[in-house]
Design a protein around this ligand. Structure first.
Ligand SMILES: NC(=O)c1ccc[n+]([C@@H]2O[C@H](COP(=O)([O-])OP(=O)(O)OC[C@H]3O[C@@H](n4cnc5c(N)ncnc54)[C@H](O)[C@@H]3O)[C@@H](O)[C@H]2O)c1
Length: 432
Protein backbone atom coordinates (compact mmCIF):
# COMPACT_ATOMS: atom_id res chain seq x y z
CA UNK A 1 0.00 0.00 0.00
CA UNK A 2 1.29 3.49 -0.82
CA UNK A 3 1.93 6.01 1.91
CA UNK A 4 -0.79 8.62 2.33
CA UNK A 5 0.47 12.11 3.23
CA UNK A 6 -1.79 14.42 5.19
CA UNK A 7 -2.02 17.87 3.61
CA UNK A 8 -2.61 21.40 4.87
CA UNK A 9 -3.36 24.20 2.41
CA UNK A 10 -2.76 27.87 3.12
CA UNK A 11 -4.30 30.13 0.48
CA UNK A 12 -7.41 28.29 -0.70
CA UNK A 13 -7.94 30.33 -3.86
CA UNK A 14 -7.56 29.53 -7.50
CA UNK A 15 -4.26 27.61 -7.19
CA UNK A 16 -4.40 26.25 -3.66
CA UNK A 17 -7.94 24.94 -3.91
CA UNK A 18 -8.88 24.60 -7.56
CA UNK A 19 -5.60 23.19 -8.79
CA UNK A 20 -3.44 21.46 -6.17
CA UNK A 21 -6.29 20.86 -3.71
CA UNK A 22 -8.40 19.38 -6.48
CA UNK A 23 -5.69 16.99 -7.69
CA UNK A 24 -4.68 15.95 -4.18
CA UNK A 25 -8.29 15.37 -3.19
CA UNK A 26 -8.68 13.07 -6.21
CA UNK A 27 -5.49 11.15 -5.35
CA UNK A 28 -6.90 9.57 -2.23
CA UNK A 29 -4.30 6.82 -2.18
CA UNK A 30 -1.55 9.47 -1.87
CA UNK A 31 -2.94 12.54 -0.10
CA UNK A 32 -5.54 13.47 2.48
CA UNK A 33 -6.41 17.13 2.96
CA UNK A 34 -6.94 17.72 6.67
CA UNK A 35 -6.33 21.41 7.38
CA UNK A 36 -7.04 24.70 5.62
CA UNK A 37 -6.24 28.36 6.12
CA UNK A 38 -7.55 31.36 4.20
CA UNK A 39 -8.18 34.92 5.33
CA UNK A 40 -11.34 35.01 3.24
CA UNK A 41 -14.07 33.21 5.15
CA UNK A 42 -16.13 32.67 2.01
CA UNK A 43 -13.22 30.95 0.30
CA UNK A 44 -12.44 28.85 3.35
CA UNK A 45 -16.06 27.74 3.55
CA UNK A 46 -16.10 26.58 -0.08
CA UNK A 47 -12.85 24.63 0.39
CA UNK A 48 -13.98 23.19 3.72
CA UNK A 49 -17.13 21.74 2.16
CA UNK A 50 -15.36 20.58 -0.98
CA UNK A 51 -12.62 18.66 0.85
CA UNK A 52 -14.64 17.68 3.92
CA UNK A 53 -12.33 19.29 6.48
CA UNK A 54 -13.56 19.68 10.04
CA UNK A 55 -14.24 23.12 11.53
CA UNK A 56 -11.50 22.85 14.15
CA UNK A 57 -8.91 22.35 11.40
CA UNK A 58 -9.91 25.44 9.42
CA UNK A 59 -8.28 28.81 10.13
CA UNK A 60 -8.71 32.36 8.97
CA UNK A 61 -5.68 33.58 10.88
CA UNK A 62 -2.28 32.45 9.62
CA UNK A 63 -0.64 33.12 13.03
CA UNK A 64 -3.01 30.64 14.60
CA UNK A 65 -2.50 28.19 11.75
CA UNK A 66 1.29 28.29 12.15
CA UNK A 67 1.17 27.75 15.94
CA UNK A 68 1.65 24.07 15.30
CA UNK A 69 2.22 21.61 12.50
CA UNK A 70 -1.17 20.64 11.07
CA UNK A 71 -0.20 17.94 8.54
CA UNK A 72 2.74 16.19 6.86
CA UNK A 73 2.94 18.58 3.94
CA UNK A 74 1.90 22.13 3.22
CA UNK A 75 0.58 23.61 -0.02
CA UNK A 76 1.53 27.28 0.16
CA UNK A 77 -0.56 29.26 -2.32
CA UNK A 78 -1.06 32.68 -0.79
CA UNK A 79 0.03 35.83 -2.60
CA UNK A 80 3.57 36.46 -3.77
CA UNK A 81 4.76 38.68 -0.92
CA UNK A 82 3.79 36.18 1.81
CA UNK A 83 5.54 33.15 0.35
CA UNK A 84 8.92 33.41 2.05
CA UNK A 85 7.84 34.39 5.57
CA UNK A 86 5.23 31.59 5.55
CA UNK A 87 7.59 29.05 4.03
CA UNK A 88 10.24 29.75 6.68
CA UNK A 89 7.61 29.18 9.39
CA UNK A 90 6.55 25.96 7.71
CA UNK A 91 10.11 24.65 7.45
CA UNK A 92 10.69 25.45 11.12
CA UNK A 93 7.64 23.33 11.93
CA UNK A 94 9.04 20.46 9.89
CA UNK A 95 6.76 20.58 6.83
CA UNK A 96 7.71 19.62 3.30
CA UNK A 97 6.28 22.40 1.14
CA UNK A 98 4.73 22.76 -2.31
CA UNK A 99 5.42 26.47 -2.84
CA UNK A 100 3.66 28.57 -5.45
CA UNK A 101 5.82 30.69 -7.68
CA UNK A 102 7.15 33.33 -7.61
CA UNK A 103 9.23 32.49 -4.56
CA UNK A 104 9.57 36.20 -3.82
CA UNK A 105 10.13 39.43 -5.73
CA UNK A 106 12.74 40.44 -3.13
CA UNK A 107 16.24 39.15 -3.85
CA UNK A 108 17.42 38.87 -0.23
CA UNK A 109 14.38 36.69 0.53
CA UNK A 110 15.42 34.13 -2.06
CA UNK A 111 18.65 33.52 -0.15
CA UNK A 112 16.91 33.74 3.20
CA UNK A 113 14.63 30.87 2.21
CA UNK A 114 17.49 28.81 0.84
CA UNK A 115 19.31 29.24 4.16
CA UNK A 116 16.21 28.25 6.12
CA UNK A 117 15.83 25.14 4.01
CA UNK A 118 19.44 24.17 4.65
CA UNK A 119 18.95 24.78 8.36
CA UNK A 120 15.64 22.93 8.82
CA UNK A 121 15.97 20.37 6.06
CA UNK A 122 12.41 20.14 4.67
CA UNK A 123 11.75 19.81 0.96
CA UNK A 124 10.58 22.88 -0.96
CA UNK A 125 9.23 22.24 -4.45
CA UNK A 126 8.47 25.38 -6.45
CA UNK A 127 5.47 25.30 -8.79
CA UNK A 128 7.31 25.91 -12.05
CA UNK A 129 4.68 23.68 -13.56
CA UNK A 130 5.75 23.93 -17.19
CA UNK A 131 8.83 21.85 -16.43
CA UNK A 132 6.41 18.98 -15.92
CA UNK A 133 4.24 19.59 -18.99
CA UNK A 134 4.64 16.93 -21.70
CA UNK A 135 5.27 19.32 -24.59
CA UNK A 136 7.99 21.20 -22.74
CA UNK A 137 9.56 17.97 -21.56
CA UNK A 138 9.66 16.77 -25.16
CA UNK A 139 11.60 19.88 -26.17
CA UNK A 140 14.17 19.20 -23.44
CA UNK A 141 14.47 15.59 -24.60
CA UNK A 142 15.13 16.64 -28.18
CA UNK A 143 17.77 19.17 -27.07
CA UNK A 144 19.50 16.60 -24.88
CA UNK A 145 19.47 14.00 -27.65
CA UNK A 146 21.81 16.27 -29.61
CA UNK A 147 19.62 15.93 -32.75
CA UNK A 148 19.66 19.64 -33.52
CA UNK A 149 23.33 20.04 -32.68
CA UNK A 150 24.66 22.85 -30.52
CA UNK A 151 22.12 25.51 -29.62
CA UNK A 152 23.02 28.94 -30.91
CA UNK A 153 19.94 30.98 -30.00
CA UNK A 154 16.35 30.85 -28.76
CA UNK A 155 13.39 33.03 -29.77
CA UNK A 156 10.64 32.95 -27.18
CA UNK A 157 7.30 34.76 -27.25
CA UNK A 158 4.91 34.68 -24.32
CA UNK A 159 1.50 35.62 -25.69
CA UNK A 160 -0.43 36.78 -22.67
CA UNK A 161 -3.76 37.39 -24.50
CA UNK A 162 -5.71 40.61 -24.20
CA UNK A 163 -8.35 39.12 -21.87
CA UNK A 164 -5.79 37.58 -19.52
CA UNK A 165 -3.83 40.86 -19.44
CA UNK A 166 -7.02 42.72 -18.51
CA UNK A 167 -8.18 40.10 -16.02
CA UNK A 168 -4.95 39.49 -14.07
CA UNK A 169 -2.61 42.38 -14.81
CA UNK A 170 -4.93 45.39 -15.12
CA UNK A 171 -7.91 44.61 -12.89
CA UNK A 172 -6.71 41.57 -11.00
CA UNK A 173 -4.30 40.42 -8.32
CA UNK A 174 -1.07 41.09 -10.23
CA UNK A 175 -1.81 44.60 -11.48
CA UNK A 176 0.52 46.38 -9.09
CA UNK A 177 4.09 45.31 -8.42
CA UNK A 178 4.18 46.94 -5.01
CA UNK A 179 1.48 44.50 -3.87
CA UNK A 180 2.72 41.39 -5.67
CA UNK A 181 5.58 41.23 -8.18
CA UNK A 182 6.74 42.75 -11.48
CA UNK A 183 5.02 41.22 -14.49
CA UNK A 184 8.25 39.80 -15.93
CA UNK A 185 8.55 37.74 -12.75
CA UNK A 186 4.88 36.96 -12.27
CA UNK A 187 4.09 35.92 -15.83
CA UNK A 188 7.51 34.97 -17.14
CA UNK A 189 9.38 33.21 -14.36
CA UNK A 190 8.21 30.01 -16.10
CA UNK A 191 9.68 31.25 -19.39
CA UNK A 192 12.94 32.35 -17.82
CA UNK A 193 13.16 29.08 -15.92
CA UNK A 194 12.72 27.08 -19.13
CA UNK A 195 15.12 29.27 -21.07
CA UNK A 196 17.98 28.65 -18.65
CA UNK A 197 16.97 24.98 -18.40
CA UNK A 198 17.08 24.56 -22.18
CA UNK A 199 20.25 26.64 -22.53
CA UNK A 200 21.69 24.57 -19.69
CA UNK A 201 23.54 27.62 -18.46
CA UNK A 202 23.31 30.51 -16.07
CA UNK A 203 22.58 33.92 -17.50
CA UNK A 204 25.60 36.20 -17.83
CA UNK A 205 23.86 39.48 -18.62
CA UNK A 206 20.70 40.85 -20.16
CA UNK A 207 18.98 43.97 -21.45
CA UNK A 208 15.30 44.67 -21.17
CA UNK A 209 12.76 47.23 -22.44
CA UNK A 210 9.07 47.55 -21.79
CA UNK A 211 6.35 49.75 -20.44
CA UNK A 212 2.71 50.17 -19.56
CA UNK A 213 1.72 51.53 -22.93
CA UNK A 214 -2.05 51.24 -23.08
CA UNK A 215 -3.97 50.52 -19.90
CA UNK A 216 -3.95 53.98 -18.40
CA UNK A 217 -6.13 57.06 -18.14
CA UNK A 218 -4.69 58.68 -21.26
CA UNK A 219 -6.24 55.94 -23.39
CA UNK A 220 -9.71 55.95 -21.87
CA UNK A 221 -12.21 56.57 -24.70
CA UNK A 222 -14.09 59.81 -24.57
CA UNK A 223 -17.15 59.64 -22.38
CA UNK A 224 -16.27 56.21 -20.93
CA UNK A 225 -17.31 55.55 -17.36
CA UNK A 226 -14.98 54.16 -14.67
CA UNK A 227 -17.15 51.07 -14.22
CA UNK A 228 -18.35 48.88 -17.09
CA UNK A 229 -21.99 48.76 -15.95
CA UNK A 230 -22.20 52.57 -16.30
CA UNK A 231 -20.35 52.78 -19.58
CA UNK A 232 -21.76 53.49 -23.02
CA UNK A 233 -19.13 51.17 -24.52
CA UNK A 234 -20.26 48.15 -22.51
CA UNK A 235 -21.29 46.19 -25.62
CA UNK A 236 -18.47 47.28 -27.90
CA UNK A 237 -15.28 47.61 -25.85
CA UNK A 238 -13.24 44.36 -26.14
CA UNK A 239 -12.23 44.74 -22.49
CA UNK A 240 -15.79 45.25 -21.19
CA UNK A 241 -16.42 43.07 -18.12
CA UNK A 242 -19.87 42.24 -19.45
CA UNK A 243 -18.28 40.80 -22.59
CA UNK A 244 -15.20 39.20 -21.00
CA UNK A 245 -17.14 37.51 -18.24
CA UNK A 246 -20.92 37.23 -18.70
CA UNK A 247 -20.97 36.92 -22.48
CA UNK A 248 -18.05 34.44 -22.49
CA UNK A 249 -19.69 32.42 -19.73
CA UNK A 250 -22.89 32.14 -21.77
CA UNK A 251 -21.01 31.46 -25.04
CA UNK A 252 -19.11 28.53 -23.59
CA UNK A 253 -22.24 26.88 -22.25
CA UNK A 254 -21.97 28.13 -18.67
CA UNK A 255 -19.17 25.83 -17.64
CA UNK A 256 -17.75 27.10 -14.38
CA UNK A 257 -14.01 27.47 -14.02
CA UNK A 258 -11.18 29.99 -14.14
CA UNK A 259 -11.50 32.95 -14.52
CA UNK A 260 -15.21 33.01 -13.69
CA UNK A 261 -14.75 31.37 -10.29
CA UNK A 262 -12.24 34.08 -9.39
CA UNK A 263 -14.62 36.90 -10.35
CA UNK A 264 -17.64 35.37 -8.65
CA UNK A 265 -17.51 33.38 -5.41
CA UNK A 266 -21.17 32.34 -5.63
CA UNK A 267 -21.73 28.61 -6.11
CA UNK A 268 -23.19 27.62 -8.47
CA UNK A 269 -22.36 30.58 -10.69
CA UNK A 270 -25.20 31.97 -12.80
CA UNK A 271 -25.28 34.73 -15.43
CA UNK A 272 -26.88 37.01 -12.89
CA UNK A 273 -24.49 36.19 -10.04
CA UNK A 274 -21.52 36.78 -12.33
CA UNK A 275 -22.94 40.11 -13.48
CA UNK A 276 -23.69 41.15 -9.92
CA UNK A 277 -20.17 40.16 -8.83
CA UNK A 278 -18.28 42.16 -11.44
CA UNK A 279 -20.60 45.13 -10.90
CA UNK A 280 -19.44 45.42 -7.31
CA UNK A 281 -15.84 44.16 -7.35
CA UNK A 282 -12.50 45.00 -8.96
CA UNK A 283 -13.26 43.07 -12.15
CA UNK A 284 -15.91 45.58 -13.26
CA UNK A 285 -13.50 48.51 -13.34
CA UNK A 286 -12.72 50.24 -16.61
CA UNK A 287 -9.32 48.93 -17.78
CA UNK A 288 -8.25 52.54 -18.27
CA UNK A 289 -9.14 53.56 -14.72
CA UNK A 290 -7.42 51.01 -12.47
CA UNK A 291 -4.54 51.27 -10.00
CA UNK A 292 -2.32 49.11 -12.21
CA UNK A 293 1.36 49.83 -12.77
CA UNK A 294 2.74 46.63 -14.31
CA UNK A 295 3.82 46.62 -17.94
CA UNK A 296 1.71 45.39 -20.82
CA UNK A 297 4.70 44.56 -23.02
CA UNK A 298 8.33 43.73 -22.29
CA UNK A 299 11.31 42.32 -24.17
CA UNK A 300 14.40 40.73 -22.66
CA UNK A 301 17.65 40.04 -24.55
CA UNK A 302 19.74 37.43 -22.82
CA UNK A 303 23.34 36.31 -23.04
CA UNK A 304 24.00 33.00 -21.30
CA UNK A 305 27.39 32.17 -19.80
CA UNK A 306 27.87 29.37 -22.36
CA UNK A 307 27.38 31.75 -25.28
CA UNK A 308 23.74 30.93 -26.14
CA UNK A 309 21.60 33.98 -26.86
CA UNK A 310 17.88 34.31 -26.28
CA UNK A 311 15.17 36.87 -26.68
CA UNK A 312 11.97 36.77 -24.72
CA UNK A 313 9.01 38.88 -25.76
CA UNK A 314 6.06 39.14 -23.42
CA UNK A 315 3.05 40.68 -25.10
CA UNK A 316 -0.35 41.51 -23.59
CA UNK A 317 -1.86 42.30 -26.99
CA UNK A 318 -2.51 38.90 -28.50
CA UNK A 319 -5.78 37.24 -29.37
CA UNK A 320 -4.76 33.93 -27.87
CA UNK A 321 -2.61 32.85 -24.98
CA UNK A 322 0.34 30.53 -25.29
CA UNK A 323 4.03 30.34 -25.98
CA UNK A 324 5.75 30.38 -29.34
CA UNK A 325 9.29 29.09 -29.25
CA UNK A 326 12.01 28.51 -31.82
CA UNK A 327 15.28 26.91 -30.76
CA UNK A 328 18.02 27.26 -33.36
CA UNK A 329 20.74 24.61 -33.35
CA UNK A 330 23.71 24.04 -35.63
CA UNK A 331 22.05 20.99 -37.19
CA UNK A 332 18.38 21.74 -36.90
CA UNK A 333 15.66 23.67 -35.13
CA UNK A 334 12.73 23.08 -32.82
CA UNK A 335 9.54 25.08 -33.26
CA UNK A 336 6.77 24.97 -30.74
CA UNK A 337 3.45 26.80 -30.86
CA UNK A 338 1.08 26.09 -28.01
CA UNK A 339 -1.84 27.66 -29.84
CA UNK A 340 -1.53 25.30 -32.71
CA UNK A 341 -0.64 22.32 -30.53
CA UNK A 342 2.39 22.12 -32.72
CA UNK A 343 5.92 20.92 -32.14
CA UNK A 344 8.16 20.56 -35.18
CA UNK A 345 11.68 19.32 -35.23
CA UNK A 346 13.62 20.08 -38.39
CA UNK A 347 16.91 18.41 -38.97
CA UNK A 348 18.65 20.42 -41.69
CA UNK A 349 18.49 18.57 -44.98
CA UNK A 350 15.87 16.12 -43.74
CA UNK A 351 12.09 16.02 -43.44
CA UNK A 352 10.28 17.54 -40.49
CA UNK A 353 8.94 15.54 -37.62
CA UNK A 354 5.73 16.89 -36.20
CA UNK A 355 4.61 15.97 -32.70
CA UNK A 356 1.11 16.45 -31.45
CA UNK A 357 1.25 18.53 -28.34
CA UNK A 358 -2.47 18.45 -27.71
CA UNK A 359 -1.80 18.53 -23.99
CA UNK A 360 -0.17 21.84 -24.37
CA UNK A 361 -1.41 25.04 -22.74
CA UNK A 362 -3.51 27.94 -23.84
CA UNK A 363 -6.11 28.84 -26.47
CA UNK A 364 -8.93 31.25 -25.85
CA UNK A 365 -11.08 31.08 -22.72
CA UNK A 366 -13.79 29.58 -24.91
CA UNK A 367 -11.60 26.85 -26.33
CA UNK A 368 -10.10 26.01 -22.96
CA UNK A 369 -13.46 25.52 -21.36
CA UNK A 370 -15.11 23.74 -24.26
CA UNK A 371 -12.21 21.48 -24.95
CA UNK A 372 -12.29 17.98 -23.58
CA UNK A 373 -8.69 18.70 -22.61
CA UNK A 374 -10.07 20.96 -19.95
CA UNK A 375 -9.08 18.76 -17.01
CA UNK A 376 -5.65 18.33 -18.44
CA UNK A 377 -5.39 21.95 -19.44
CA UNK A 378 -3.67 23.10 -16.26
CA UNK A 379 -0.45 24.31 -17.81
CA UNK A 380 -0.43 21.63 -20.47
CA UNK A 381 -0.81 18.85 -17.94
CA UNK A 382 2.04 20.32 -15.89
CA UNK A 383 -0.07 21.07 -12.80
CA UNK A 384 -1.07 17.46 -12.39
CA UNK A 385 2.41 16.12 -13.21
CA UNK A 386 3.87 18.43 -10.61
CA UNK A 387 1.60 16.94 -7.94
CA UNK A 388 2.68 13.48 -9.08
CA UNK A 389 6.38 14.38 -8.88
CA UNK A 390 5.86 16.07 -5.52
CA UNK A 391 4.52 12.76 -4.22
CA UNK A 392 7.47 10.88 -5.72
CA UNK A 393 9.89 13.31 -4.09
CA UNK A 394 8.12 12.83 -0.75
CA UNK A 395 8.44 9.06 -0.89
CA UNK A 396 12.01 9.37 -2.13
CA UNK A 397 11.37 7.64 -5.46
CA UNK A 398 12.21 10.56 -7.72
CA UNK A 399 13.80 13.96 -7.92
CA UNK A 400 11.46 16.87 -8.41
CA UNK A 401 12.66 19.13 -11.20
CA UNK A 402 11.92 22.35 -9.44
CA UNK A 403 13.71 22.37 -6.14
CA UNK A 404 14.27 25.72 -4.48
CA UNK A 405 17.91 25.75 -5.52
CA UNK A 406 17.08 25.11 -9.18
CA UNK A 407 14.28 27.66 -9.18
CA UNK A 408 16.20 30.69 -7.98
CA UNK A 409 18.07 31.37 -11.25
CA UNK A 410 14.86 32.35 -13.09
CA UNK A 411 13.97 34.76 -10.31
CA UNK A 412 17.40 36.41 -10.44
CA UNK A 413 16.94 36.79 -14.20
CA UNK A 414 13.49 38.37 -13.71
CA UNK A 415 14.83 40.80 -11.13
CA UNK A 416 17.72 41.71 -13.43
CA UNK A 417 15.28 42.23 -16.32
CA UNK A 418 13.19 44.58 -14.23
CA UNK A 419 16.29 46.49 -13.16
CA UNK A 420 17.41 46.81 -16.77
CA UNK A 421 13.95 47.90 -17.92
CA UNK A 422 13.91 50.65 -15.35
CA UNK A 423 17.51 51.80 -15.73
CA UNK A 424 17.85 51.26 -19.48
CA UNK A 425 21.19 49.56 -18.81
CA UNK A 426 22.75 46.15 -19.30
CA UNK A 427 22.55 44.13 -16.06
CA UNK A 428 24.87 41.31 -15.04
CA UNK A 429 22.88 38.66 -13.23
CA UNK A 430 25.62 37.20 -11.06
CA UNK A 431 27.75 40.24 -10.43
CA UNK A 432 30.94 39.20 -8.67
N1 LIG B 1 2.24 28.12 -10.95
C1 LIG B 1 1.56 28.92 -11.72
O1 LIG B 1 1.61 28.84 -12.91
C2 LIG B 1 0.69 29.99 -11.10
C3 LIG B 1 -0.43 30.46 -11.80
C4 LIG B 1 -1.22 31.43 -11.20
C5 LIG B 1 -0.87 31.93 -9.96
N2 LIG B 1 0.25 31.48 -9.32
C6 LIG B 1 0.65 31.98 -7.99
O2 LIG B 1 -0.14 31.34 -7.02
C7 LIG B 1 -0.34 32.19 -5.89
C8 LIG B 1 -1.84 32.24 -5.59
O3 LIG B 1 -2.51 32.71 -6.73
P1 LIG B 1 -4.08 32.46 -6.94
O4 LIG B 1 -4.37 32.70 -8.35
O5 LIG B 1 -4.47 31.20 -6.31
O6 LIG B 1 -4.64 33.68 -6.10
P2 LIG B 1 -6.03 33.71 -5.29
O7 LIG B 1 -6.22 35.12 -4.88
O8 LIG B 1 -7.10 33.04 -6.05
O9 LIG B 1 -5.72 32.82 -3.99
C9 LIG B 1 -4.92 33.25 -2.95
C10 LIG B 1 -5.67 32.95 -1.67
O10 LIG B 1 -4.82 33.26 -0.56
C11 LIG B 1 -5.63 33.84 0.45
N3 LIG B 1 -4.75 34.60 1.35
C12 LIG B 1 -4.18 35.79 1.13
N4 LIG B 1 -3.43 36.17 2.18
C13 LIG B 1 -3.54 35.17 3.10
C14 LIG B 1 -3.01 34.98 4.40
N5 LIG B 1 -2.20 35.87 4.96
N6 LIG B 1 -3.34 33.86 5.05
C15 LIG B 1 -4.17 32.92 4.49
N7 LIG B 1 -4.70 33.08 3.26
C16 LIG B 1 -4.40 34.17 2.57
C17 LIG B 1 -6.61 34.69 -0.31
O11 LIG B 1 -7.74 35.01 0.46
C18 LIG B 1 -6.92 33.81 -1.51
O12 LIG B 1 -8.05 32.99 -1.29
C19 LIG B 1 0.25 33.53 -6.26
O13 LIG B 1 1.51 33.69 -5.66
C20 LIG B 1 0.42 33.44 -7.77
O14 LIG B 1 1.47 34.21 -8.23
C21 LIG B 1 1.02 30.51 -9.88
Amino acid sequence: MSKIFSVAIIGCGSRGQNVYGKYMFEKKEQFKIISLCDVKESMLEIAKKRFGVSDENCFTDSEEFFKQKRADVLVLATQDRDHVSMCVKALKLGYDVLLEKPISPIESELYELLEAQKQYGGKVIVCHVLRYAPAFLKVKQVIDSGEIGKIISIDWTEQVAYWHQAHSFVRGNWRNDEQTSPMIMQKCCHDLDLLQYYANSKCEYLYSFGDLSFFNRANQPEGAADRCQDCKYIDTCPYSAERLYVKQFIDIGRVTGWPFDVVDLTRPITDESLRKAYQSNQYGRCVFACDNNVVDNQSVFIQFENGIKANLIMNGFTGFAGRKVVIHGTHGEIEMDENRDMLKISIFGEEKDVYDVRKSQALSIKEIVQSDLRDEFGHGGGDEMLVRDFYNALVGSGDAQTTLEKSIESHLMALAAEKSRKSGEKVEVHKK
